[in-house]
Design a protein around this ligand. Sequence first.
Ligand code: FAD
Ligand code: HEM
Length: 378
Amino acid sequence: MLRDAFAPPEGLNELVRRFYTNWFALDVSVRDLFPPEMDSQRAAFAHALHWVYGELVDQRAEEPVAFLAQLGRDHRKYGVLPTQYDTLRRALYQTLRSELRDAWTGSVERAADQSLNLITGVMSGAADAEEGPAWWDGTVIEHTRVSRDLAVVRLRLDQPLHYHPGQYVNVHVPQCPRRWRYLSPAIPADPGGGIEFHVRVVPGGLVSNAIVNETRPGDRWRLSSAHGDFHVDRDDGDVLMVAGSTGLAPLRALIMALSRFAENPRVHLFFGARYSCELYDLPMLWQIAAHNPWLSVSPVSEYPRDPSWAADYPDVSPPRGLHVRQTGRLADVVTKYGGWGDRQILICGGPNMVRATKAALIAKGAPPERIQHDPLSQ
Ligand SMILES: Cc1cc2nc3c(=O)[nH]c(=O)nc-3n(C[C@H](O)[C@H](O)[C@H](O)COP(=O)(O)OP(=O)(O)OC[C@H]3O[C@@H](n4cnc5c(N)ncnc54)[C@H](O)[C@@H]3O)c2cc1C
Ligand code: HEM
């Protein structure tokens, strides 16, 4: 019953919409924490609660409790107050009660009470118990426009952030208050606090445009702790990596981490973009490949010729003798060589590219359980 209340329908969950209206009316301090547009937040909240209730109904408490504890620790970066957990619990209780109307029996009431106490109790308890930093602040020290729609941003964090290569963090930039976005560090964690991001403009996108067009040295960014499970198992055979544009970032961090070892599984990286002039990091990748025989790099561009604005940005054409650029969609080019079924497969890039490449690889026989990719949205 409670799980179904949060089942995401085609459109947005009406109950969640009403919940936020009730919560903001009950506690005005909460509204200011959220950005004006709430669609993706409502979807994320509904999705989280639907999953948590599903697990609880099936009598699996361990994973949801661990998830809620992590969510509570992570929520510290939003500056959440303990009293806000109390108003959330009351607003959600009232919303459920009026939503379920005739179905609101004594047993449903008890289940709602217990589950809401559990959810808010675990989140706030874990947040209180956590002694590590709630966030990491850092200063932009370099912003390089590597192509028309792409920027490489380097920061120095006030204190180092630990993460595994391949993980991503939530990022808040001064141009876009309260709008957090995920970005993947493009280098392994640096004990000196250095960190690097590669950002591509998404058409109409608020934060990506601000980062690529408006970020300046001296800007102060805020980062969350790291998430994600992208990894290469050095004992689990050869590796296929497929990177679309800035989807290169976490794969590059993994490759840099691997390059500390003399022996590695073979890694074949397909790095794709619309135009070959947008393959911004090829010179760096070739340098790594030149010194590490386990790495091969195949550049792929969707279109055969560069646009006129290519002349305004650094030349990234390959040195002679290295892999020749191929033309086409990444999904088609990669699967020309088969399903890569014997490889660990890591795909990273825009959601459409990841979906298409994954489907094409599976159609060619790649086992789905060997394919890794990050969540496709926030
Ligand atoms: C785990 C993870 C890691 C990420 N790492 C990076 C990274 O290292 N570098 C990087 O540049 N981006 C990365 N992203 C994407 C990034 O978080 C933002 O979603 C993206 O920059 C768009 O934000 P925005 O505010 O500009 O767009 P919004 O204003 O949020 O959205 C504008 C429109 O663009 C669509 N949209 C949103 N994201 C994308 C996308 N990625 N591709 C195509 N359309 C999109 C939205 O649906 C919406 O219609 C990552 C995303 C995830 C989930
Ligand atoms: C005091 C209580 C809470 C406050 C003040 C709060 C606030 C916020 C804010 C400000 C965001 C970022 C929104 C954005 O970037 O657009 C967020 C994200 C999110 N919240 Fe909460 N939240 C609370 C409790 C909860 C609870 C109980 C759940 C579910 C069990 C939840 C699930 C999520 C999820 C899944 C996200 C998106 C992922 C993330 O950014 O962490 N939140 N919340």
